[in-house]
Design a protein around this ligand. Structure first.
Ligand code: HEC
Length: 174
């Protein structure tokens, strides 16, 4: 509640301000509110080109709900977020993540399917993932050869349609 004439902060005493000061303060408050509102509208209006891109960037499924995930560092479960937080905008990984024990790998479709070099655990490896094996890695945390992936990689529970959309998006990463 804002009482004109009272104090809204220990260092701002409206009662002691002259008219010019008050006007300035209210103009400033109005500006902050307008900017905040504009930001809100903009963030809600953010549209992704495809459901796959939306999942990659936000971890939000095509039905609008946060995709359930287990494993992964606590921050990805507490604050949400998508693949981009670890694998990066280009999908190439390679950068350690906060509280992570393994380095996120290159998950561009062509790297996963062996058409391009792929670094895993600091070594160059050739992976031969099929779309079904990529889905298994995402949902169950198993590598193409059946080995358990590090728990730094969350296990994501999403619909088959969302998995297909996500894989389509991985195909667009150059
Ligand atoms: C909190 C970080 C984190 C997030 C978020 C994350 N990953 Fe990972 N991911 C990893 C790490 C780390 C590895 C490597 C695990 C290892 O070396 O055993 C990995 C491995 C993978 C692999 C296996 C690749 C390989 O090299 O065998 C796939 C596929 C994958 N991630 C897809 C995804 C997708 C799709 C998403 C988003 C839905 C996602 N990841 C989100 C950290 C993450």
């Amino acid at each position: 509640m804002l009482r004109v004439g009272g104090r809204i902060a220990p260092f701002i005493n409206i009662g002691r301000m002259n008219t010019k000061g008050k006007r300035g303060l209210f103009t400033l408050l109005a500006l902050v509110m307008i900017l905040g509102l504009a930001g809100l509208v903009q963030s809600q209006g953010r549209r992704f080109k495809s459901p796959g891109e939306q999942i990659y960037y936000t971890g939000i499924a095509s039905n609008g709900y946060d995709i359930f995930r287990y494993g992964g560092p606590m921050w990805i479960r507490m604050h949400g977020g998508g693949c981009v937080a670890c694998h990066g905008t280009h999908g190439r990984g390679g950068v350690p993540v906060m509280m992570g024990m393994a380095i996120p790998t290159d998950i561009r479709y062509k790297a996963l399917t062996g058409k391009e070099k792929h670094v895993h655990g600091g070594k160059e490896k050739e992976h031969h993932y099929t779309p079904a094996l990529i889905k298994r890695a995402i949902t169950q945390g198993l590598a193409a050869d059946g080995e358990l992936l590090s728990w730094t990689m969350p296990r994501w529970q999403m619909s088959e349609a969302d998995l297909d959309a996500l894989i389509d998006y991985l195909k667009t990463l150059e």
